[in-house]
Unconditional design. Structure first.
Lengths: 265, 149
């Protein structure tokens, strides 16, 4: 059972960071959903809910999304749909239910780099930067690879405001369950991006597969099949209670193909 | 800890531990319509409204609810009775354990979506688990309540 000795809602990021770094055994609260299922004993819970970090703002060349923005707000955002199609709403659509999506936050999902995350895979297929209070700006793909030990606060993410054709695909054993595997594809004027997540490790891009697409004059079914094979052969997969590594490998080529066919249609 | 929270239109001062969620504390204060199901954010039996939006009361810290408006079945008794009668008409009331969460989710849907399609209703209720029935009767009852075809 989760135990919390003290709880505070800081009024500024500076205050939140001070508390996080100066107090031993302190813990940030984003949505609180995953934390609630743990048996941690926390001295100080620092709730970020009063920091006005729930926003989706269209800037000149980017779209900024605050760390405390809920999955439901992502799902319903017309701004995100306008530039990126339904990739982000599709990625959160089947996560538990509307009750869950009304309090689960993007910061709470991205900061811990959850391998099972559907949203991270979709964001990785777009050009996304993570903004940390202390460490500053870092590309999402680099952030996911980094072994961070320093405590920090994810304040917002920034998406390049470039219209893209997109697709998100996942397989679940039942609706609302975790993804066995998920795939996200986007294509804008810079080329294709393919992300694969829930392997079950954290989502990764597949540069070799992207390269084949970007260097092909026309994309037909043959190229799509080749790309799907490169992705499933090139990535590593693991086994857990949802599926074996072999199954995930086979599934990867199927989902990459389905997502790509949708993008080129 | 102590906090003043607006519950069903009335400000109440609640005493609680920092790690306690709304589910257990609201039940302790007499809001016994709220039921515990899976207690792991999966079944939506414990659904209440916070600022008119459905959330799992089993995973929402009481401390975080300060300054927000909470609605439980006790605050929407008239509508709850209408919905209960529609469920009975469809023969899908059965054990009734999931009904409070079902009623509050329907209140949330009504606040959020105008003239929803079947697909939108089913998406909205994706997290509401019922162990007795097959969901078809519930969909009919929801549509009758919302007066949509």
């Amino acid at each position: 059972m989760l135990m919390i000795s003290d709880y505070i809602r800081p009024k500024s990021l500076e205050e939140a960071y001070e508390l996080l770094t100066n107090k031993e055994n302190s813990q940030l609260i984003g949505g609180g959903a995953f934390l609630r299922l743990t048996s941690k004993d926390i001295e100080l819970a620092i709730d970020l809910c009063d920091l006005k970090l729930d926003f989706i703002t269209e800037m000149d060349t980017s779209i900024e999304i605050g760390a405390m923005t809920t999955f439901r707000e992502i799902e319903k955002s017309n701004t995100l749909k306008k530039y990126f199609g339904s990739i982000l709403s599709d990625s959160v659509k089947e996560i538990v239910g509307v009750q869950f999506k009304n309090y689960v936050t993007i910061g709470g999902s991205i900061y811990p780099k959850y391998g099972f995350s559907d949203l991270i895979t979709a964001l990785l297929a777009l050009d996304t930067k993570v903004i940390l209070y202390k460490a500053g700006e870092i590309k999402l793909e680099d952030y996911l690879k980094e072994k961070t030990t320093e405590k920090d606060i994810l304040t917002k993410i920034v998406l390049n405001k470039e219209r893209a054709l997109t697709s998100f695909k996942s397989l679940r054993k039942s609706s609302g369950d975790y993804s066995v595997l998920n795939v996200a594809v986007s294509k804008n004027r810079d080329g294709y991006r393919i992300a694969v997540g829930a392997r079950p490790g954290a989502a990764v891009l597949v540069p070799e597969a992207e390269e084949l697409l970007n260097s092909s004059a026309t994309i037909n079914e043959e190229i799509v099949n080749k790309t799907a094979n490169i992705a499933s052969e090139g990535l590593s997969f693991g086994s857990n209670y949802l599926a074996s590594a072999e199954y995930r490998k086979d599934l990867c080529s199927v989902l990459v193909k389905r997502a790509l066919m949708e993008v080129i249609a | 800890m102590k906090a003043v929270i607006n519950i069903n239109g009335r400000d109440r001062e609640l005493s609680f531990e920092p790690h306690e969620n709304l589910l257990e504390v609201l039940r302790r204060y007499g809001y016994s319509s709220i039921r515990k199901g899976c207690d792991t954010t999966s079944c939506s039996v414990c659904t209440i409204l916070i600022d008119d939006k459905p959330v799992h009361s089993c995973s929402y810290l009481v401390a975080r609810a300060e300054g927000h408006k909470i609605t439980t079945v006790e605050g929407v008794e008239g509508e709850a009775e209408k919905i209960a009668n529609l469920l009975i008409d469809e023969g899908v009331d059965q054990c009734g354990y999931c009904s409070p969460g079902f009623v509050m989710t329907l209140m949330g849907l009504k606040n959020e979506l105008k003239n929803p399609t079947d697909e939108e209703i089913l998406d909205y209720f994706m997290g509401n688990l019922c162990r007795c029935t097959g969901y078809v009767g519930q969909l009919t009852a929801i549509k009758k309540y919302l007066e949509v075809k």
